[in-house]
Design a protein around this ligand. Structure first.
Ligand code: NAD
Length: 437
């Protein structure tokens, strides 16, 4: 099939490359000339494990091309996916749909023959109706169907998630669109991925409901972690005991510094706004947002307490900047709020992240960027693990201790065992567990 992918970011590039890998002919479009030029040279503008080789193989085979020419790409396509960004709108937190609407207008003007236009971007319930209206206005003669097909992949495991999704959700009432959507995803049936057809509005809302639910699960276990600390329980045991219940499941029950990333923060806020617009207060989601906002900064208080209550003039090593491991994405990362709060308290920050430092340099002007964890820890009065990269999971603790001014390890991801760290002479703080006694 011939596919045009509008927007070649995390979602568009991964989806485009994977569709090409299925054997479809894919044209990835982006307005960012530098990005398209880089992709044409075989450079991948984001860090996503496994993506580079899929792009290289399929580009070499001629099934995957990159362009800024939306008109040519769309006029030859049977299916057009819109995968542009939908960030938070400045000021009110609604999803900013200006990129989606601009793309819809351009797509409408370029259509040639019946085309399925799919919003893969995360968009509020009812957006498909507006996209259809805009397209009809831009090109009244065009023959098209607007479909919702939200994307559920996760950065860091995006290729695997795309190839083996838990489900594919397709929202449409159009039979021709349904047939084409079934065809484009047919290769995934081999992996037995269930494809679920529903109304466009239900599909749009499913994405927000799923993200809000997962965010709520994280906020919930983080509150339990606080209670565990006060009440002398261990949140990892509590989470394990909860997660073994099949109705609950073990995922998204890791206590930590709060969720971040390009999706949960903006999608939860946008869902709250949608609820308000429909006069249906979504109190659980509102509270989730508030709990998480509060949590990020409260983690800095934990660090300060671990370092004796005052960090003015002290050096702190922050390990991990990205919102999770295996990505270079810093959007809404807890590290940013934690570092800001520690700087506000007078600390000097040294940091290392395996993939996030290039993007971080602009965002964190006062911070010293280091070669590795040991370089970051040199002269530090405390080391804080913010992102659980594999590189931080088995640090040489005796070596770290020698380099540090005082041996304090604050493990905001609970990746160390208290006994082992304390045995090396460190003061150790984690999330939701306390030293026995
Ligand atoms: P991104 O910012 O990485 O990429 C968006 C791309 O679209 C950019 O390269 C931008 O230059 C391009 N663009 C903007 N307007 C354009 C236009 N008119 N024509 C062509 N290109 C245009 O964003 P992303 O992380 O890939 O997210 C895209 C959408 O997918 C968002 O709605 C997001 O919520 C959703 N989503 C993201 C993830 C994720 O993990 N990143 C997962 C699921 C869903």
């Amino acid at each position: 099939m011939r596919i045009a992918m509008i927007g070649s970011g995390y979602v568009g590039l991964v989806s485009g490359a994977c569709f090409a890998d299925f054997g479809h002919d894919v044209v990835c479009v982006d307005t960012d000339i530098a990005k398209v030029e880089a992709l044409r040279q075989g450079e991948i503008p984001i860090y996503e494990p496994g993506l580079s080789s899929i792009v290289t193989v399929n580009a070499a085979a001629g099934r995957l091309v990159f362009t800024t020419d939306l008109t040519a790409a769309v006029s030859q396509a049977e299916i057009v996916f819109i995968a542009v960004g939908t960030p938070s709108r400045r000021g009110d937190g609604h999803a900013d749909l200006s990129f989606v609407y601009a793309a819809a207008r351009d797509v409408a003007e370029a259509l040639d023959g019946f085309t399925v236009v799919v919003t893969k971007s995360t968009v509020p319930v009812g957006t498909g109706d507006e996209v259809e209206r805009i397209m009809r206005g831009a090109n009244p003669e065009a023959d098209f169907a607007v479909v919702s097909n939200p994307e559920f992949l996760r950065e860091g495991s995006a290729i695997e998630d795309f190839r083996r999704p838990d489900r594919i959700v397709v929202g449409t009432g159009d039979q021709r669109a349904r047939t084409l959507m079934a065809q484009v995803y047919r290769p995934l049936y081999l992996n037995e991925a269930p494809i679920m057809f529903t109304s466009r509005r239900s599909a749009e809302l499913t994405k927000y409901a799923a993200n809000a639910f997962l965010a709520m699960k994280i906020a919930f276990i983080n509150e339990m972690a606080d209670l565990c600390e006060r009440a002398g329980a261990n949140v990892q045991d509590v989470a394990r005991g909860m997660g073994l219940d099949k109705r609950i499941g073990p995922k998204f029950l890791n206590a930590g510094p709060g969720y971040g990333g390009s999706c949960f923060p903006k999608d939860t806020v946008a869902l709250v706004k949608t609820g308000q617009d429909h006069d249906v207060p979504l109190r659980l989601v509102e509270t989730t947002v508030a709990v998480n906002d509060h949590r990020k900064r409260s983690m800095s208080r934990k660090v300060i307490a671990a370092m004796g209550g005052d960090v003015r003039g002290k050096t702190i090593a922050v390990l991990g900047l990205t919102f999770k491991p295996n990505t270079d994405d810093l959007r809404e990362a807890p590290s940013l709020a934690i570092i800001q709060a520690l700087e506000d308290a007078g600390a000097r920050i040294r940091t290392f992240d395996p993939k996030g430092m290039d993007a971080a340099r602009e965002l964190l002007p006062g911070v010293t960027f280091c070669e590795d964890a040991y370089d970051a820890a040199t002269g530090a009065s405390g080391v804080v693990i913010v992102t659980e990269w594999n590189a931080f999971r088995s640090l040489d603790l005796p070596r770290l201790k020698v380099l540090m001014a005082t041996p304090v390890l604050v493990d905001l991801r609970n990746i160390y065992r208290r006994k082992e760290v304390e045995a090396e002479g460190f003061h150790y703080e984690s999330v939701g567990t306390l030293a026995p006694g």
